[in-house]
Design a protein around this ligand. Structure first.
Ligand code: CAA
Length: 262
């Protein structure tokens, strides 16, 4: 499928490959308009449905992962325009339907909706050039794609409140220290590092990979005892997979597991 605002390709040479999505509106620093978000949603769902794909990586350009929702596109909206078009809600939540791991490879600006998009991903790897922020307050609005909810969960209330109230940006090192990103890497090797992480995940048994994602997300939705009970049910269920036989068999045989993802 051809797109105007994103590029898609398949990377890797293992049994499971990686779907790579590059946000591609360089002149607007990858500002997220409805078309880009629709295309991103379509690409995510297509990779998720493809049995040959194990992980998805989303990246932007060297200068900007995404500089937020497209301000020019929404500047003239009335309340009713925003509400009736389902602005933000219409196509931003698609990423939450994806059951395979999604890795954000963030270089340069990840602001507003760009920071929110990164936070919706399962793993965030940042280039040393990355700058995160929720500057909506400077535009006379508040974040609309989960920023006020996901940022405090990621970095704690005090820091999130300060960032949301002042709109200041946070560099990559502070983002790693604060728990917003899992790793900081040199900008030149950002994509290679993200693809290597995806390739590593692709060697694992896919049922357990998908269940880890579901369970970690459940930790943000339910109380501890409900989450732990849910984990136990999925733990038990994995004994019905070939991958569990292979993983434990390989350990006992002192060889490397060759998962068949079933
Ligand atoms: N929407 C639309 N266009 C944008 C944009 C955005 N979010 N961010 C940058 N651009 C455009 C600029 O208008 C400019 O276009 P022109 O060349 O046609 O003038 C081009 O991208 C380059 O930008 P700058 O000249 O400003 O580049 P810079 O290097 O000087 O500054 C920046 C970079 C700090 C990211 C600055 O562009 C900026 O502050 N952008 C806005 C960031 C922002 O406020 N994001 C939040 C949006 S609201 C939101 O996201 C709501 C939500 O919760 C979903």
């Amino acid at each position: 499928m051809s797109h105007e605002c994103i590029l898609t390709e398949v990377r890797g040479d293992g049994a499971l490959k990686t779907g790579l999505i590059t946000l591609n509106r360089p002149k607007q620093l990858n500002a997220l308009n409805d078309q880009l978000m629709d295309e991103l949603g379509q690409a995510l769902l297509a990779f998720d449905a493809d049995d040959g794909i194990g992980c998805i990586v989303i990246t932007g350009s060297e200068k900007s992962f995404a500089a937020g929702a497209d301000i020019a596109a929404m500047a003239g909206f009335s309340h009713m325009d925003a509400f009736k078009r389902g602005h933000i809600s219409r196509n931003w939540e698609t990423i939450r339907q994806v059951r395979k791991p999604v890795i954000a490879a963030v270089g340069g600006f990840a602001l507003g909706g760009g920071c929110e998009l990164a936070m919706m991903c399962d793993v965030v790897i940042a280039a040393d050039s990355a700058k995160f922020g929720q500057p909506e307050i400077k535009l006379g609005i508040v974040p609309g794609a989960g920023g006020t909810q996901r940022l405090p969960r990621a970095i704690g209330k005090a820091k999130a409140m300060e960032m949301l109230l002042t709109g200041r940006m946070m560099g990559a090192e502070e983002a790693e220290r604060s728990g917003l990103v899992s790793r900081v890497v040199p900008a030149a090797s950002l994509l290679d590092e993200a693809l290597a992480t995806a390739a590593q995940i692709n060697t694992m048994g896919q049922p357990s990979v998908m269940m880890v994602k579901e369970l970690v997300n459940e930790a943000f939705e339910s109380g501890l005892s409900t989450g732990v009970r849910y984990e136990r049910r999925l733990f038990h269920a994995l004994f019905g997979t070939e991958d569990q036989r292979e993983g434990m068999g390989a350990f006992l045989d002192k060889r490397k597991a060759e998962f068949r993802h079933r």
